[in-house]
Design a protein around this ligand. Structure first.
Ligand code: WTA
Length: 637
């Protein structure tokens, strides 16, 4: 699509990268020029690291849906935009062309308008992986409403807190959905959430299953009935490049989740630019990202990036293990997938199953493989390369974050030399640095180095703030190293400048590629009446990458029992969602604390991973608790 912007050799990458660092504004202005604007921007970039204020292309007017839909309808209306693969293979695949998608998006945009939604309003979306999810989000963008998508595995309490934080006016959901063999009544979960979310005036329900659905008069409306009331003509709202496009919550080291706010212009341009160059698609290629749209990966690389580039993108409703562990490979064969993008957790869990699940299918359509969300270990990398790619498909290990909006470190497929477990080199426009223990840049690139990963210059798709809490944004990302964005990750750099991400250096744990803060899990555990205090840490897990270990102090006179452990897990499930349930709970008498009362998680992490060298424990208030915890852990093995 963006031929002018497409890098096609390694020497060209190096040249473009150099230019992008020498004159970043000129570089990004050239990229932005290839998009459809109602009015060109006044200033390419205005920023202050000190105040954590970043503005790209401000004064520029555009509508993102014209760039991802109208533009392609004009060139290739009958090209497939979305291929939808249902959970149950007996159900039919849906093919949606650019023209059809455009029409549905406009129609649903009119439904939103009919229900009182105007530019700037927040709309919460809690939906399964069906095309209507993409339609709902693009419909918001069409009229300038801000979508806040909540992953449909979160609990009612988690939905309510997100709705309340952003004061959403309308909620879009579905009635019931199957994930594998398990039915999940999304509408019932929403009903619970809505008891605690007074800002919601309307709830629109897509009937995914024929089961009867309880509807509240005046508030709840069926998707289909609302769609029948409107036309499919909807003039796109002219938005400022810096107007918000969406809010997406991500966990933090402390307290409640952070609503990361992404803005229209910069996000569009960089998701498209990165998609175009990393995946190197040809016009008839088919791209499948297995993530859920409820996470940033789905936002950027199922919907906005691929559609901005006029590509065909696949949405899969189901799970890799249903009806059996060959499901992914069956879909690759059936849809002739050329580009397959998944998470290391999925690779590891499929690699432990018999190879016959892979060998049954013809995977020869595959050209490029991708990995995202967590470090990919050597073994998984080789299995992916040998058995899925058959040694013929470059693997792009893509590093990025909810906060970065788009991929910042990755090989360009077939162009950048890859190295197992390395995300390799920064994309053009991305100025990475490693920080040493003293908080200084490790400057010599020609030597191996290890440090904390930070970014020295703004990039267009960076989140602009934490919704309603700019101080928290400033504090979390810009206070560790003044003048830099701090990622929260540690990284290793080889002498060629290739980066390997070593993992989080804060209290966020990546479990099966899901970003979980330990603080909200502890808060949830502490809500149980029998719990006095708790500390949660991550420990290495062969499939999930990391798993959660909870150390719990019970209230006086409470007896430890299996039933109680189960209840504690349920408390977490209710407050956050099943994904945050601890894998192990260890009852202890005390936690290792410093004199100022801070829990030394470093020590708990070591105990949880079975290590015995704890380093310096002299700052502990009571060093004997460590031995006590270790003994308890040993006893319970
Ligand atoms: C981790 C997901 C190693 C990292 C897109 C980051 C990775 C966090 C990689 C963000 C990768 C993501 N290699 N680690 N290729 N990609 N991570 O916000 O720790 O859900 O900080 O965004 O995932 O997770 P988030």
């Amino acid at each position: 699509m963006f031929d002018k912007l497409r890098i096609d050799s390694f020497s060209e990458y190096k040249k473009v990268y150099r230019e992008s660092v020498e004159e970043p504004e000129l570089f990004w202005a050239k990229v932005a020029d290839d998009f459809i604007w109602h009015k060109k921007w006044d200033k390419t970039l205005e920023y202050s690291f000190e105040d954590a204020n970043f503005k790209w292309f401000s004064g520029g007017k555009l509508n993102i849906t014209e760039n991802v839909l109208d533009r392609h309808v004009a060139i290739h209306p009958n090209k497939t935009a979305i291929i939808w693969e249902p959970n149950n293979p007996l159900e039919e695949t849906r093919i949606i062309t650019y023209r059809q998608l455009h029409s549905k998006v406009c129609q649903f945009a009119n439904v939103l308008k009919n229900n009182g939604i105007v530019k700037g309003d927040r709309v919460c979306i809690y939906m399964p992986m069906i095309p209507e999810l993409a339609i709902a989000m693009l419909a918001c963008a069409r009229i300038g409403a801000v979508h806040s998508i909540v992953f449909a595995g979160f609990s009612s309490a988690a939905i309510a807190s997100r709705i309340n934080d952003a004061q959403c006016k309308l909620l879009v959901t579905a009635n019931e959905v199957y994930r594998g063999e398990k039915p999940i009544n999304l509408k019932a979960i929403c009903d619970e959430a809505l008891k605690e979310s007074p800002s919601i005036q309307t709830c629109i329900v897509y009937r995914r299953a024929i089961e009867p659905t309880s509807m509240v008069g005046g508030r709840d409306k069926f998707w289909m009935e609302e769609m029948h009331k409107v036309t499919d003509h909807c003039t796109p709202e002219s938005m400022d490049a810096e107007d918000p496009l969406f809010i997406l919550y991500t966990s933090g080291s402390t307290g409640k989740p952070k609503g990361m706010v992404h803005t229209i212009g910069g996000y569009l341009i960089e998701t498209a630019y990165s998609f175009e160059n990393i995946f190197q698609m040809q016009p008839n290629d088919i791209f499948w990202c297995t993530a859920d749209i409820g996470w940033i990966t789905g936002h950027s690389y199922i919907v906005y990036g691929p559609l901005a580039c006029g590509a065909t993108t696949v949405m899969f409703e189901g799970v890799p293990s249903y009806p059996d562990f060959g499901r992914f490979w069956e879909i690759v064969e059936k849809l002739k997938i050329t580009h397959f993008y998944t998470a290391p957790t999925a690779i590891r869990s499929l690699a432990k199953e018999p190879l016959s699940f892979v060998e049954k299918y013809d995977l020869s359509s595959l050209k490029v493989l991708g990995s995202v969300g967590e470090p990919i270990n050597e073994e998984a990398w080789h299995w992916y390369n040998d058995f899925i790619g058959k040694g013929n498909c470059p693997i792009v290990d893509t590093w990025w974050q909810t906060e970065t909006g788009s991929i910042l470190i990755s090989p360009l497929a077939g162009i950048t030399p890859t190295r197992p477990t390395f995300a390799t080199l920064p994309l053009p426009g991305i100025q990475l640095v490693l920080m040493d223990e003293q908080g200084h840049e490790i400057e010599t690139i020609a030597e191996k180095a290890e440090g904390k990963l930070a970014i020295k210059f703004p990039w267009p798709s960076m989140a602009r703030t934490v919704y309603g809490d700019h101080e928290r944004y400033k504090e979390t990302y810009f206070s560790a190293y003044p003048g830099y964005y701090f990622t929260g990750d540690g990284a290793y750099r080889d002498a060629m400048g290739n980066y390997r991400i070593t993992g989080r250096v804060d209290d966020v744990v990546i479990v099966s590629g899901h970003n979980l803060g330990t603080a909200p899990i502890e808060n949830a555990i502490n809500e149980h009446q029998d719990v006095a205090e708790s500390a949660v840490v991550g420990y290495p897990h062969p499939i999930k990458g990391n798993a959660l270990y909870a150390f719990v102090i019970l209230q006086n006179n409470v007896e430890e029992s299996d039933a109680l452990m189960k209840e504690i897990k349920e408390t977490v499930s209710k407050s956050i969602g099943a994904i945050a349930k601890p894998d192990k709970i260890q009852v202890v008498n005390g936690l290792p604390k410093t004199r100022s009362g801070k829990i030394m998680r470093r020590i708990l992490r070591k105990i949880a991973s079975g290590e015995t060298d704890f380093g310096d424990t002299s700052t502990l208030l009571d060093p004997s608790v460590v031995k006590d915890i270790q003994e308890k852990v040993e006893q319970s093995k």
